[in-house]
Unconditional design. Structure first.
Length: 95
């Protein structure tokens, strides 16, 4: 699973959070869909899908929903929002 880091200001301390995705795994389980095929289905370039999968870019909410719809799964099965702390537990899974 790939992830990207974002920072959320909380008081005087910055907490590191991660947006993770399962796009590569979902593509594999959907007849080994290519990045190009997914890009065409959701209306973006292959480079955008590459950037999302490698956690270099976080998609808009609309694009995230379109990706989930292509795979026929809830948004929370494609993306999750994790805390990078000692327990490394998911603090909020989008569903």
């Amino acid at each position: 699973m790939f992830h990207s880091s974002i920072f959320i200001e909380g008081g005087s301390k910055m907490d590191k959070r991660q947006v993770r995705n399962n796009i590569r795994k979902l593509r594999f389980h959907h007849d080994e869909m290519t990045q190009e095929q997914l890009a065409e289905k959701v209306g973006v370039t292959r480079q955008t899908i590459i950037a999302i999968e490698s956690a270099k870019y976080s998609p808009s909410l609309e694009l995230a929903f379109r990706i989930a719809l292509v795979f026929g799964v809830p948004l929370g099965e494609v993306f999750s929002y994790d805390s990078e702390d000692d327990s490394n537990q998911t603090i909020n899974k989008i569903s």
